[in-house]
Design a protein. Sequence first.
Length: 120
Amino acid sequence: MKKDLLQEALRQLVPENPDWFGWAKIDSDGNEIPNDQRMQTKYVIVNEQHKEIATRPTDKSINDKLAELEKDYSDKEYQRKRLEEYNEIGTGEQFDMIYHGIDAWKTKIKSIKDKYPKPE
């Protein structure tokens, strides 16, 4: 999750040029960075083809944006869980419930909403 949010944070920081960034392959000591460890704030670089038009945001601005996206992601967990259960019911089953009586459908939907309440 975090790696995807890091990339989204970088895109949002330079929205006019969302593919501006890449990942360093060599650290500041000249050591090769393994692929599975490259996607970290400290290894964010400006892609060669974008150096004329993009400036790397500071680590603080990257981490602030990342924290904002992580909070938003966390705050919407209830929505993802509800959607998962709504999908488990199935469209056909929901239509059938509505056809036979909207109250049965409302009861089922309410039980899911109660199970995953919206945070205050």
